[in-house]
Ligand binder design. Structure first.
Ligand code: F6P
Length: 321
């Protein structure tokens, strides 16, 4: 291993820059050269590649986003696209590739490896925290904190006006973000794709809350489980005596300066990724289980689905009495 490539792929996440910095500085410290690949796998396909050194990653540890830019590139599924990417890697004498991204990016990395055994490592980075094999992905902690800070502000006005507020958070396919945000913000109800719930049932729960003396309630909905404006409208129709309003947090959850937790996770992941490639691993993801940094077979990562915590779902209910 003499030269590694690094790219960021898929939806961006706070902490991606920390991970890039850790990859570059670990590699340089181990005597390796580093190539930065712009705009994810698209940049690899287009041979849009720049040399990086320890100074290239100065001043980014506290910055959200990714200096390498990112793009979604589903064309990576195609054999001839993979062929071109591998040709560009070999043309640049790159011996191994670090892919910083989420679920979809892991599949792209594994496809590249499967093509001809090229060594790849994935650093799980997504605000969705939906990657199998790791307790947490880079960016998740920051996104939760961003959402909770916004919801604490919404809670003030919800209480003042004795209203029900429906807050939509990101999570097109999974509810990990919505679930942790619901617990941390003290929401009465959480709606996630994994556990469909009817608005009728939501209204029944909210009615019980009011009978118990609650003057306002919070409903957190993952975008994959419903749209906040529709949920609020239906609650108003089912509960004539109350006022339901809504907010969509949207893309603020994807930006901002990474938290301490995100920074440390990204830095540990970047360091472990380079060390794994140097140790000769060819298809793995770095992850965290409890407090331990682990190396997970990429084939397992892309073939299994992370499960939502039933205990956390029950906790939302328990705290909402
Ligand atoms: O994958 C992260 C994510 O933020 C999802 O939560 C969200 O649904 C999606 O990306 C939005 O994708 P895009 O940035 O392409 O609109």
């Amino acid at each position: 291993m003499k030269k590694i490539g690094v790219l960021t792929s898929g939806g961006d996440a706070p902490g991606m820059n920390c991970a890039i910095r850790a990859v570059v500085r670990t590699a340089v410290g181990c005597g390796l050269q580093v190539a930065g690949i712009k705009r994810g796998f698209r940049g690899l396909f287009d041979d849009d590649i720049v040399d990086l050194n320890a100074r290239s990653v100065s001043g980014i540890v506290n910055r959200g986003g990714t200096i390498l830019r990112t793009i979604r590139f589903p064309e990576m599924k195609k054999f001839d696209v993979q062929e071109t990417c591998l040709e560009n890697l070999k043309k640049r004498s790159i011996d191994g590739l670090v892919v910083i991204g989420g679920d979809g990016s892991s599949r792209g990395a594994f496809a590249l490896h499967q093509h001809d055994g090229f060594p790849v490592c994935v650093i799980p980075a997504s605000i969705d925290n939906d990657v199998y094999g790791t307790d947490e992905t880079v960016g998740f902690d920051t996104a939760v904190n961003t959402a909770v800070e916004a919801i604490d502000r919404i809670r003030d006005t919800a209480t003042s006006h004795e209203r029900i507020f429906v807050v939509e958070v990101m999570g097109r396919e999974h509810g990990f973000l919505a679930l942790d945000v619901a617990i941390a913000s003290g929401a009465e109800i959480v709606m996630i794709p994994e556990k469909p719930i009817t608005i009728k049932k939501v209204a029944e729960i909210l009615e019980t809350d009011r009978v118990m003396g609650k003057v306002s309630s919070l409903v957190i909905v993952a975008e994959g489980a419903g749209r906040a404006h529709e949920v609020a409208k239906e609650i108003n129709q089912l509960m004539p005596g109350v006022e339901a309003r809504y907010s969509v947090l949207g893309y603020i959850q994807r930006g901002g300066t990474p938290t301490y937790q995100t920074r440390c996770l990204a830095t540990m992941f970047g360091n472990a990724a380079v060390k794994g490639l140097i140790d000769g691993l060819t298809h793995f993801m770095v992850g965290i289980r409890g407090t331990e940094i682990v190396r997970v077979d990429l084939k397992e990562v892309v073939s299994k689905t992370k499960q939502i915590s039933e205990e956390k779902l029950k906790l939302v209910e328990t705290m909402a009495i």
